[in-house]
Design a protein around this ligand. Structure first.
Ligand SMILES: NC(=O)c1ccc[n+]([C@@H]2O[C@H](COP(=O)([O-])OP(=O)(O)OC[C@H]3O[C@@H](n4cnc5c(N)ncnc54)[C@H](OP(=O)(O)O)[C@@H]3O)[C@@H](O)[C@H]2O)c1
Length: 329
């Protein structure tokens, strides 16, 4: 056996032993580096393919429909591919239709029977989200899974067409909730919403988190804006989870830190282990701890109320009777 493998084996064994007695953040880091499995049986080395194979081996999935935002590249494209491989019908909302067509072609080269529908959206625009919702609803399809994966990082201060700071306008979105509730009630299949957040949300402090500053920051910092939008993704999941529970809706919503792959997103979207779990935060395919601020119920409710008020002020009259859309910032 080459020496390097012996050293790696020793390090892994030492880490396994050490992890038992370390403080939680250090423990999490070491677990991540060593790729150790958590209580779910999965860890940082688990792939989305593995999750999908485990979850779908025992249940038919050809009747499921999922929307995956930001599927024209990165984690979203991999999420779409893996779910499509298991027979899930995938809707790709995209602002760049050429990129979306390319992703669709790649998936169908690998999985000729994959059903992929591309619809146009610019997530930073209220009007565009409304049009997308209208287009989707007019297809008459159910909606079982919604993965809010699209994300933007903006180095310099930019504003959306609705005059909202662009990172926040793009990354913080809510749409098609009533459609999900309706599908879940008709199909008796638990609807799942996944907000793709980031561990960077832990950088945000209570002092710097203000709705007005999110919309229109005075002293802009790209990393701070991105971290705040990711915190908003978790707060949104927590508040909506509370509301869905109160309505007894068969829809859950959770937030994830995806790391560098699609495994955690897929785990939360389809694993039977996550059934009934809502308002939680996951990393490396396991429930994880988010920041104290992300756990503040009052903060989550305040953000939701401020968002609603903003939407009422800004939203255009509905395009069609059944159209439901709401974006945020
Ligand atoms: N990668 C990581 O290490 C990491 C770590 C933590 C969290 N995350 C989170 O994971 C998610 C995916 O990350 P990624 O690295 O895979 O991102 P990525 O490769 O940069 O992809 C971002 C996706 O979002 C789409 N998007 C951006 N703005 C949009 C808009 N206005 N309307 C519609 N779509 C828009 C992009 O579309 P275009 O193709 O048109 O640009 C693209 O499909 C993000 O939410 C990110 O914050 C990633």
């Amino acid at each position: 056996m080459p020496l390097i493998y012996i050293w790696i084996s020793i390090i892994v064994i030492v880490l396994k032993y050490k992890v038992v007695s370390l403080a939680p953040p250090m423990k999490a880091t070491l677990k991540y580096l060593a790729g150790l499995a958590g209580p779910s049986g999965y860890g940082s080395k688990t792939t989305a393919e593995q999750i999908a194979q485990d979850c779908f081996s025992s249940m038919p999935t050809s009747h499921l429909t999922a929307i995956v935002t930001g599927a024209t590249s990165g984690i979203g494209a991999e999420t779409a591919r893996v779910l499509a491989k298991r027979g899930v019908r995938i809707i790709i909302p995209a602002r760049d239709m050429r990129k979306a067509e390319k992703v669709k072609k790649n998936i169908q080269n690998e999985i000729p029977e994959a059903e992929i529908i591309i619809l146009e959206i610019d997530l930073s625009s209220f009007a565009s989200i409304q049009r997308f919702c209208s287009d989707f609803l007019s297809l008459g399809l159910p909606l079982h899974i919604l993965i809010n994966n699209a994300g933007k990082y903006s180095q310099k201060l930019e504003f959306s067409e609705d005059k909202i700071e662009l990172t926040f306008a793009t990354n913080y979105v809510e749409m098609l909730l009533e459609k999900m509730v309706e599908t879940a009630s008709e199909s008796c299949i638990e609807g799942r919403i996944v907000n793709v957040s980031s561990v960077i949300h832990t950088w945000v402090t209570t002092k710097t988190f203000s709705f007005t500053k999110l919309l229109n920051p005075k002293r802009y910092n790209g990393t701070r804006a991105y971290a705040q939008s990711k915190l908003a993704n978790i707060l949104h999941a927590k508040e909506l989870a509370r509301q869905l529970k109160a309505r007894k809706a068969n829809v859950t919503i959770n937030a994830v830190h995806p790391g560098i792959g699609a495994a955690t997103t897929c785990y939360v979207a389809i694993s039977p282990q996550v059934a009934g779990m809502s308002g939680k935060y996951f990393a490396d395919c396991n429930e994880s701890r988010c920041s104290a601020l992300a756990n503040e119920e009052n903060e989550a409710h305040k953000l939701w109320k401020q968002t609603r008020a903003l939407i009422h002020r800004r939203m255009l009259p509905p395009v069609g009777k059944n159209v439901e859309a709401s974006a945020t910032s």
